[in-house]
Design a protein around this ligand. Structure first.
Ligand code: ADP
Length: 560
């Protein structure tokens, strides 16, 4: 723009300059020609006066004096009588020369033409004298051209100076015009005070600016909203572009894929995780195929869904959704193992029952032993009932299908009641039971707490020594209310301590069976504790005793 303005200005200046010079030259030429004519007329007057005084001799006398003009005297018949520039003998009759012919007829004639005699452009002024002759004074128009040429040098110099000045002025003006435009603050278009002609443009920019700002704000808002949603998602979400570069990845995805906290936007998806399943899923999606697969990262398993995003029939990106299925898989495995274990646990007593019953049916048991056999069947059946009850209880806890209301439970009172229920069993085993502590209230499902206490205390009696004791205490601790069931029994070897809360896990199979254990008691304890958000700590020394502490959160009346 700057260059264009400069060029236009310069062109305008130069055209004006050249036109002015040309017009000036014409005017000057005209002026000089007029001057020459006026001078010639004066000269003619002087020469005429001289001629009247001294006739042709006068002309002869001034022949050499005037170098500028040519003086010619023509007789009435056209014969040239005198010429200060040419030899009259060689000159032809001048009667037909236009200025002379005009002078003969009108008294005065003038013309500008090429001289046949001298050969240059002349201005002729002819005057008829009183004696009828014609005196012609002429001057070469070269004198005008010469005068013009001599001032022409000055004119050209002035012209060059003017051109330089025009260039400088054009440059200066261009800068002056463009400067305010360059200084326009497009961020605040309305605050600029430039040319009035630019006002509509600036208003338009201002409006555009406002609408762009609004759109940007809206976009930022949407982005923020999107980020907030994806950041709070438990599922991992990764969005890739059409060449597999990450557009966005939420924190869950980074954790699942063990990618670390780096910024992955704009990087290839393989920098997040190099797993083959991920690569295959992405490659398939980039070809337009959805897929669902299970991949592992670290020690966890994820269900990976890869879907192509298509626009106008072309794949423009990929959406990856990752679901942590580690727990699901683990519980499925546990369930399968549990089913297998339950079948096994049921089969053993049922086989025994069926055997005893068959013997009785075939009357192969002597009469006095029949009651004993019936007792064994009863025992096995009781074991079975206990097992089935435990299995049902566990399944209920597993499915969380215990929609029972929470109540304030006084743990100390619950412990005392359980102690009373188990008193006869403890007495039979010669075990002393005590309940102690400052007590405390918890929010719980009462019968589940009772079940937890029974299981812990029952184990304390079952796995105790003759004359041992089971001591229950309920104390307030900073983290909540702690229930401790401590016995002086056989203890649990260190290598088994990790596993005793697993289903059907028993340290000593035969001892557990003997004492009517199902192998599910501590699993139920673990479940009930988890249901009440309580923590379990086990301390046990082989041969010395076991202590199991369950810490419940302090009762705040709200649903768990
Ligand atoms: P069980 O019905 O066999 O008692 P549990 O789940 O209650 O099943 O216990 C699992 C195993 O942990 C028991 O078989 C036993 O070997 C061990 N155990 C549990 N409590 C005690 C304890 N107080 N003292 C010693 N061993 C224990």
């Amino acid at each position: 723009m700057k260059r264009k303005i400069f060029r236009s200005m310069l062109l305008l200046s130069l055209v004006t300059l050249f036109l002015s010079v040309a017009l000036l030259s014409i005017v000057l030429y005209q002026q000089l020609a007029d001057d020459m004519k006026r001078e010639l007329r004066n000269q003619a007057a002087y020469v005429t006066a001289g001629y009247y005084e001294g006739d042709i001799e006068y002309l002869e006398a001034i022949r050499g004096a005037d170098r500028e003009s040519r003086i010619t005297l023509v007789d009435r018949d056209g014969t040239v009588l005198f010429d200060n520039r040419a030899d009259v003998a060689t000159m032809d009759n001048h009667r037909d020369r236009p200025e002379i012919a005009e002078a003969f007829s009108e008294g005065e004639g003038e013309t500008i033409r090429q001289s046949d005699t001298v050969g240059t452009q002349y201005y002729y002024l002819a005057t008829r004298l009183v004696d009828g002759r014609v005196l012609r004074v002429s001057s070469s128009s070269d004198s005008v051209t010469d005068a013009l040429t001599s001032s022409g040098v000055v004119i050209v110099m002035i012209l060059i100076l003017m051109i330089c000045l025009a260039i400088l002025l054009a440059r200066f003006e261009t800068r002056r015009i463009v400067k305010p435009i360059n200084q326009i603050d497009l961020e605040k278009p309305m605050k600029n005070k430039v040319y009035d002609e630019l006002a509509p443009l600036l208003i338009r920019i201002h409006r555009l600016h406002d609408s762009v700002e609004e759109q940007m704000q809206e976009l930022a808002e949407r982005n923020k909203h999107f980020s907030e949603i994806t950041e709070s998602m438990e599922e991992g979400l990764v969005i890739l572009d059409e060449i597999g570069h990450v557009v966005s990845a939420n924190p869950s995805a980074l954790t699942f894929l063990e990618s670390g906290d780096g910024e992955y936007a704009g990087r290839h998806f393989s920098t997040m995780n190099r797993s083959l399943s991920l690569r295959n899923a992405v490659e398939a999606a980039l070809l337009g195929n959805s897929s669902e697969t299970v991949m592992t990262a670290g020690n966890r398993s994820f269900q990976l869904r890869a879907n192509p995003v298509t626009r106008h029939g072309e794949v423009s990106g990929v959406i990856l959704l990752l679901l942590d299925v580690t727990e699901k898989q683990k519980s499925e495995l546990q369930r399968r193992e549990f089913t297998a274990n339950v079948s096994h646990e049921l089969k053993t007593p049922l086989t025994a029952i069926s055997g005893y019953a068959e013997l009785l049916k075939n009357r192969m048991v002597p009469g006095d032993e029949a009651a004993d056999f019936a007792g064994r069947i009863f025992e096995e059946a009781s074991g079975l009932i206990a097992l089935v009850e435990d299995v049902i209880r566990l399944s209920q806890l597993d499915e969380r299908s215990v929609p029972e209301p929470l109540e304030e439970v006084d743990l100390l009172m619950a412990a005392r009641s359980v102690m009373a229920r188990l008193a006869s069993k403890a007495k039979q085993a010669n075990i002393e039971m005590t309940v102690d502590g400052s007590g405390g209230l918890i929010l719980a499902v009462p019968h589940l707490i009772e079940e937890l206490l029974i299981n812990l205390c029952d184990n304390g009696i079952k796995y105790n020594k003759e004359g041992g004791s089971v001591d229950i205490s309920v104390e307030q601790v900073p983290t909540g209310i702690r229930l401790i069931v401590a016995d002086t029994g056989i203890g649990i070897p260190a290598e088994h301590q990790e596993r005793i809360f697993e289903r059907f896990y028993r340290v000593d199979q035969s001892h557990s069976k003997e004492t009517g254990g199902t192998g599910l008691g501590l699993s139920i304890v673990k479940h009930i504790a988890a249901y009440h958000k309580a923590t379990i700590e086990l301390t046990s020394l082989e041969g010395q005793g076991t202590s199991i502490a369950v810490t419940f959160p302090i009762a705040i009346k709200k649903s768990l």
